[in-house]
Design a protein around this ligand. Sequence first.
Ligand code: NAP
Length: 333
Amino acid sequence: MATTSREIHLKSRPVGTPEAANFEVVSVQVPDPGAGEVLVRNAWMSVDPYMRGRMYDRPSYVPPFQLGAPLQGGAVGQVVKSNDPKFQPGDWVESMNGWREAYVSSGAALNKLPAAGVTPQAFLGILGMPGMTAYTSFHRIGEPKPGDVVFVSGAAGAVGSTVCQIAKLRGCTVVASAGTDEKLGWLKSVGVDAGVNYKKGELLENVRAAAPKGIDIYFDNVGGEHLEVALEVARPFARFIECGMISIYNNSAPTPGPRNMAYIVGKRIKMQGFIVSDFMDMREQFYADMGAWVRGGQIKWEETVENGIENAPQAFLNLFAGANTGKMLVKLD
Ligand code: NAP
């Protein structure tokens, strides 16, 4: 018997900042699973800034979303029916079939969640893609050493807050930038040394005051003015980890780059962009270290939760308004 599921489709491509009207909730019938297939009901779905890039119709490292088709993203859910002997009803699985309540998949495309003593949604955050993004790029590109000064933008988000805490575990001094004093208060409570509210006062002045001797590593989630400021305060041989540039994702025309790029030469700065999938070779190391830190209480995380698939588009829009602390999630009915 078919299962009813609601899913979120891209109705139109956003121009500038996305709006609720760019999305629609569609009710569909999901068929029973065929041979080797599994029916899954999602319980939690991830909401991620990178999805904005897939809403443009242009070539990228991942294909654009199609109009009139469901969006895709990370999700965890439970098996309802299985024709694959590797899965039993009740098993928790992870997939890229988010933005829908239920789906049928080949068993081969599903990852069974390990019994790790954490909530299932932790595999969408600290033990999932954002945690892996933070862990792998910080070590591989940042090459941290004890005593380094690390500047993190977007610091109270899923990736940023993880980077801040890993940097502290590696003996670094951490300066965090975020959009509210409450977010900075939380970051201080998990060990960050200094916080800058980028919505108050002059960013350059405030970062200089927080890092008077300059910075050795910049973890960039934001781009724009933050990147220009980081170039200004970088010490010789600084490493710039280019993770994301959320401040310009909604710009409809190319923006001028930082005006001080020449510092890259004189300060011998290493600047590298990456996509988390570049570092799959570090996956086992990530699970080992992050698992131990989570079990030992050395890394903390926050979640911001919207309820119901119908509120998923708003959760996505809220990322650009800074409404989340830690991982933005949607809990499905
Ligand atoms: P997130 O930081 O949890 O959420 C986005 C945050 O960005 C918001 O809470 C908001 O916090 C901040 N923000 C929004 N607009 C801004 C603006 N104009 N200027 C400054 N800050 C702004 O998201 P996330 O999932 O952890 O992702 C963080 C970054 O990493 C994003 O750029 C994302 O695209 C990137 N990323 C890259 C990879 C990769 O493989 N390269 C993988 C995952 C994520 P405030 O209150 O502080 O403004």
